[in-house]
Write a protein that binds this ligand. Structure first.
Ligand code: NI
Length: 444
């Protein structure tokens, strides 16, 4: 509703000030008409780049060729770039011909150690070594689409540079899925390497492929959108003994079994049922032989939360449960609790404004408000610093199967690239247009 009023005002301002002097909002309204033509002009190239990136995926902190492609494309568009940011990141700055604010858009470039099983003609057959094992590499999270969309948006906005009321910062990020063990990387490192300075953006936008949405559909969440991602490792220590002589040992398998069950009571008995949280033990490993009580059992898992106090409570309760159970059996434990990516909280005012623009964006079939998820995104490191809006891009062609994110059959339809270009270009132009000062004051 609010948005149709904005648009009505725009048409009025174009009419009122049409005597040779356009105000900024009128100019932006006119620009929006050009966007469709520019998506048409640059869409095929963006889709080709997407296919190339998909066929040549690279793992986090190893996005060398992808970064090279990005750098070459931006340079060819006359956009100033900084390379080697947070290892392989590329940051481009496009200064418009008219005064206005700075806005950033972010795309992640890394792929996953997954062996692709799609039938796409441009499927990946790349293999590499990860954690000492030979693995397939695949863009199973759609980051190929995100990168191509942002390259396409750069092409469009570079064409509109003279009329652009402000500056656009293009952030191409490595290692969103997390850097390899022992390395730093991702959004956290980009922020520490000052990507949000010189120039400092007022807001940042990012999008992510979502296979449960059809291509042509865009989804958004106002406020809490994605959860904080923590990782824990527990060593449960006992005393080794013959399997037939338990009285001579301290059994870590029994302790670990009680621990796994008791950890579930943090979620169900300590926290409010209305408080979003997950405690998952994903790995239980211990023992060498059926008739030996082992010395140690390894437990590993993830905790997802939104509220920092809930995060504290979960970690505190884990310690209490581990102390209690291991003490009762005479065993011991070590807990390594690693706080990872914080939760993505979309700035409420910015999100409402941007959701309105999305609803008006030409070429988008439907715009849905989505509930928060317990998945995580390191976009949070940017949106913790400046207001952020992270939204979802439908990638599934109706009637065609698409595997879920991080699976070997994850498939994003090519058309999602052009839909993403429309959505992101629209958001950038509306954001800048709504905040730009008129460069020429119309006579009253
Ligand atoms: Ni992803």
């Amino acid at each position: 509703m609010q948005n149709s009023i904005t648009w009505a005002l725009k048409s009025i301002s174009v009419t009122v000030f049409s005597l040779g002097i356009l105000d900024v909002t009128g100019t932006v309204a006119a620009q929006q008409d050009d966007v469709a033509a520019l998506v048409e002009k640059h869409g095929a190239e963006a889709i080709r780049m997407r296919e190339h990136i998909h066929q040549n995926p690279e793992l986090g902190n190893r996005e060398f060729k992808t970064a090279e492609l990005v750098a070459e494309h931006l340079t060819a568009l006359g956009i100033d770039i900084r390379t080697g940011v947070a290892h392989t990141g590329v940051v481009g700055v496009l200064k418009g011909g008219r005064p206005g604010p700075v806005v950033a858009i972010r795309a992640d470039m890394d792929a996953l150690p997954v062996t692709e099983e799609t039938v796409l003609p441009f499927r990946s057959t790349v293999r590499t070594t990860y954690l000492g094992k030979e693995v397939g590499v695949m863009h199973a999270c759609g980051h190929d689409v995100h990168t191509a969309v942002q390259l396409g948006v750069a092409s469009i906005l570079a064409d509109m540079r003279a009329e652009l009321p402000g500056t656009v910062k293009f952030i191409f990020q490595p290692a969103e899925e997390g850097p390899p063990p022992g390395e730093e990387g991702g959004a956290d490192l980009m922020v520490r390497e000052n990507v949000l300075e010189n120039p400092a953006p007022e807001a940042i936008f990012g999008l992510h492929a979502l296979p449960s949405l059809e291509v042509g559909t865009v989804g958004y969440t106002i406020g809490p959108a994605m959860a904080a991602v923590d990782h824990f490792i527990i060593k449960v220590r006992g005393k080794q003994a013959h399997g037939a002589r338990p009285e001579e040992g301290i059994d870590p398998v029994v302790m670990a079994s009680e621990i796994v069950l008791a950890l579930q009571t943090i979620r169900s008995r300590t926290l409010s049922p209305l408080e979003p949280s997950v405690v998952t033990v994903g790995i239980v490993r211990g023992g060498e032989r059926f008739n030996i009580i082992p010395r140690e059992v390894h437990l590993e898992g993830t905790v997802r939360t939104y509220n920092p106090e809930v995060r504290d409570t979960v970690e505190r309760r884990m310690n209490v449960i581990l102390e209690g159970i291991t003490a009762a059996y005479g065993g011991a434990f070590a807990l390594d609790y690693d706080r990872g990516t914080p939760s993505v909280i979309n700035d409420p005012a910015l999100s409402r404004e941007m959701a309105g623009y999305l609803a008006e964006a030409p070429g988008i079939d439907s715009v849905l408000e989505l509930p928060p998820t317990m998945g995580g995104e390191d976009f949070a490191y940017f949106s913790n610093e400046i207001p952020g809006f992270f939204y979802r891009l439908g990638v599934t062609k109706p009637g065609q199967p698409s595997g879920g994110l991080h699976t070997p059959t994850m498939t994003a339809d090519s058309e999602s690239v052009t839909v993403g270009m429309r959505a992101m270009t629209h958001l950038v132009l509306e954001f800048l247009g709504a905040r730009a000062q008129p460069s020429v004051q119309p006579a009253q």
